[in-house]
Design a protein around this ligand. Structure first.
Ligand code: FAD
Length: 382
């Protein structure tokens, strides 16, 4: 079905992004996967073609665009190319929005130029070894000491944790026994602050080009001017920004599922079984027809959610529904497309194998499918 959310400007931008991906991502992805991290100069290259600064205000060297649709074009194209660049996507889709929303004037002057020109890479550290889904249980502490906070705690699974110059850390600045959601704050830790220690780049079953790290904060002295937004209000800020993060994950899920169907169609046309093309068998046609229908349903949800996001009306429950559907659908579709590839689908050199491994985490990060169902059922009064 015809999509109606994009203009000619978006499509022209899409063409240039597609060319950039073919030149700069596709040929380099195997090396980045082997290294477990995307090189820093990649962020400069994407900045040169205007990707990093799309939403950064113009006075800081950005494009000053409020809409999320240009970003969507970028992440769709990365997905259509059967790639997932976790660290890069978290930097721009998940973390930058916190700065755009909550940075004060002084912080904007300090950091926005680096976001726009690719000199700064960022990450967000919510999850701790003992706390994931239950975010209100954060145990990392930040205690005020004069003009600083003293930060102590451990975070894990932090995407971009190796590359990041700025890490937004969710920490507890006070305790309210009546309400665990109160007293959480966002502190921006800079890469060179004494006591900020990066642990291992964790080995994962997929998303291998994305650096995922354990981070330790050992009496890190964080200046109070690095507090993002109001002290004690982080839970509300997280709840406000999570819908966009969840929609971004849904967009990537849908785009990579689309890539899988395209790969399976090509493969089925070429592969001969029992003397004829795999695509000639009714089962293959039916399986891929089911997949195409699932993609269409996901697309309708995503496009509706994008309109709501740009209009400021995307609710947490609606974003949860889109993430839940698109990531569960991504898993079903990619699994079927791998099956079409037979044994070759299980071989790492085939992109469908990478899509399969990369897809597994989208039902976990940004809130698990079970957490999405909790959010949705709460909105139903349950
Ligand atoms: C590759 C990767 C990258 C990540 N990147 C980041 C990052 O950049 N920053 C960051 O802060 N975090 C990041 N995470 C962490 C991610 O958000 C958490 O893994 C996720 O929120 C789940 O938390 P957990 O792993 O502690 O699982 P748990 O919370 O321990 O959950 C375990 C199981 O229990 C289920 N469960 C939990 N609560 C309920 C409930 N109320 N009802 C029913 N079932 C429930 C869960 O759905 C899950 O199946 C990343 C994780 C991965 C794997």
């Amino acid at each position: 079905m015809q999509r109606t959310i994009f203009t000619e400007d978006h499509e022209a931008f899409r063409d240039s992004v597609r060319q950039f991906i073919a030149k700069e991502i596709t040929p380099n992805l195997p090396d980045w996967e082997a290294d477990g991290v995307i090189p820093r100069d990649f962020y400069k290259k994407t900045a040169e073609i205007g990707i990093n600064g799309l939403q950064v205000p113009e006075q800081y060297g950005g494009g000053g665009i409020d809409s999320f649709l240009f970003n969507t074009v970028v992440y769709e194209e990365i997905g259509y190319a059967a790639a997932s660049l976790g660290g890069f996507q978290v930097h721009l889709n998940t973390v930058l929005p916190y700065f755009l929303e909550y940075a004060d004037e002084e912080q904007r002057d300090r950091w926005f130029p680096g976001f726009a020109d690719g000199n700064l890479v960022s990450a967000i550290a919510m999850t701790e070894p003992g706390i994931g889904s239950d975010l209100a249980g954060v145990t990392t502490t930040a205690v005020r000491d004069g003009d600083d906070y003293i930060l102590n705690g451990n975070k894990t699974f932090i995407t971009g944790g190796i590359n990041a110059d700025l890490v937004i850390v969710v920490a507890r600045t006070s305790k309210d026994p009546e309400n665990r959601r109160k007293g959480l704050s966002l502190l921006v830790v800079e890469g060179n602050m004494p006591g900020f220690l990066r642990g291992r780049n964790l080995h994962k079953i997929g998303m291998k080009s994305s650096d995922t790290a354990e981070l330790t904060f050992d009496n890190v002295r964080v200046p109070a001017r690095n507090l993002l937004g109001e002290e004690g209000k982080a839970f509300g800020m997280l709840a406000h920004n999570l819908p966009q993060e969840r929609l971004s994950i849904a967009i990537t899920g849908l785009a990579t599922a689309t890539a899988a169907v395209n790969l399976a169609i090509d493969y089925a046309k070429e592969r001969l079984v029992f003397g004829k093309a795999l695509a000639d068998f009714q089962n293959t046609k039916f399986v891929l027809a089911e997949c195409a229908t699932e993609l269409q349903a996901g697309q309708a949800l995503v496009d509706q959610a994008l309109i709501a996001l740009d209009g400021g009306t995307l609710t947490p429950a609606d974003a949860a529904k889109v993430k839940l559907f698109c990531t569960e659908m991504q898993a079903r579709v990619i699994d079927k497309c791998l099956q079409v590839h037979g044994g070759y689908g299980y071989m790492s050199e085939y992109p469908i194998a990478r899509l399969y491994a990369d897809a597994r985490v989208t039902r976990i990060f940004g809130g698990t499918s079970e957490v999405m169902k909790s959010v949705i059922s709460k909105s139903m009064g349950l």
